[in-house]
Design a protein around this ligand. Structure first.
Ligand code: 13P
Ligand code: SF4
Length: 308
């Protein structure tokens, strides 16, 4: 990515001139992640940063629901996404209207929504969660509402993986991440057969039998931290491919990253060229209806306010 140096320099100059920051998710390509990301991390980290940043403009190096989350937390800021087509199969699996129907079927139960949802869904939600804090949030919601079951939408696999780690009953929905649902237990068996000493880390959006076969599960940042702290000789990240590319630099020599991994077509719509054009032309601005922001903010803020 060093050959992109002039473009990286131009973006960093534009950022200074316009008082902008780039919030880059762990799935961004290394040129974005290492070259222009002012803050890099998982969805929870990016949301926290949007809430506290002093910049006037946020360029979301990530997908549309992440940009909406930034706008909900920082409505006074201009939030830009370099490509409006950067969606998410989880966010598009559930509408606010569908969630209202689910709530009618389970009156009195709190709604925990994965942050991978539209602003409309967040407006119908009691508290959001990410892969970094889902168990903690589910247990908090059950205690706060005085119930032993919660609604956790829209990712069925995340819900089932959370259910294995808590005594709280989980009412799940049928959404799935198109990237993580493609991994299967045979993938892990094949890696272990070929590389018996490899450490296998999996994202909790993977099917439960995949997670059961992994050595560790956690958010994208938790996986990256695991590698930089433990420096396994061989490691497999059962998640999006750019993760390994980005962690390679921080892990240093001596850590070999093995496959498989899958690409997220939505995350890959965000490019260095797109970020440059976005800052130059101030497009595409992500807006959220003020009434929706008012309702959605409580659910996101509650999550942000939870102790780390
Ligand atoms: P993290 O919150 O773990 O970064 O995951 C976001 C995501 O979209 C994973 O597919
Ligand atoms: Fe959505 Fe999956 Fe892509 Fe993450 S990896 S943005 S959950 S489609």
């Amino acid at each position: 990515w060093q050959i992109q140096a002039p473009l990286i320099a131009a973006i960093n100059r534009l950022k200074r001139e316009t008082n902008a920051v780039v919030l880059a998710h762990n799935y961004m390509t290394p040129d974005i992640f290492h070259g222009v990301g002012d803050y890099v991390g998982d969805s929870l980290g990016l949301a926290r940063e949007a809430a506290k940043s002093d910049a006037k403009i946020i360029v979301q190096g990530g997908v549309h629901f992440m940009a909406e989350t930034s706008k909900i937390l920082a409505p006074e800021k201009t939030v830009l996404i370099p490509d409006l087509r950067a969606g998410c199969s989880l966010a598009s699996s559930l509408t606010g209207e569908q969630l209202r129907l689910i709530k009618q079927r389970y009156p009195g139960l709190p709604v925990v929504s994965y942050v991978n949802t539209t602003a409309d869904v967040k407006a119908e939600t009691d508290i959001c969660c990410t892969s970094a804090n889902a168990v903690q949030v589910v247990e908090w919601a059950a205690k706060e509402w005085g119930v032993d079951r919660v609604i956790l939408v829209p990712d069925e696999f995340l819900a089932r993986n959370v259910a294995r780690q808590t005594n709280i009953g989980i009412i799940a929905y049928k959404g799935a991440c198109e990237v993580h649902e493609r991994f299967n237990a045979q993938d892990i068996a094949d890696v272990r057969a070929a590389h018996p000493d490899a450490v296998v880390l999996g994202h909790p959006e993977c099917p439960p039998d995949v997670i059961a076969a992994c050595d560790f599960t956690g958010s994208t940042t938790a996986m990256a931290d695991y590698v930089t702290q433990n420096k396994p000789k061989q490691v497999v990240l059962i998640t999006e491919c750019s993760m390994a590319d980005n962690v390679t630099a921080d892990a240093g020599e001596g850590v070999e990253f093995l496959r498989p991994c899958n690409l997220c077509p939505h995350m890959k719509r965000i490019t260095l060229e797109g970020i440059y054009a976005s800052l130059l032309t101030m497009t595409h601005e992500v807006t959220v209806d003020a009434a929706i922001i008012d309702k959605a903010r409580l659910s996101v803020q509650r999550m942000i306010d939870m102790p780390p």
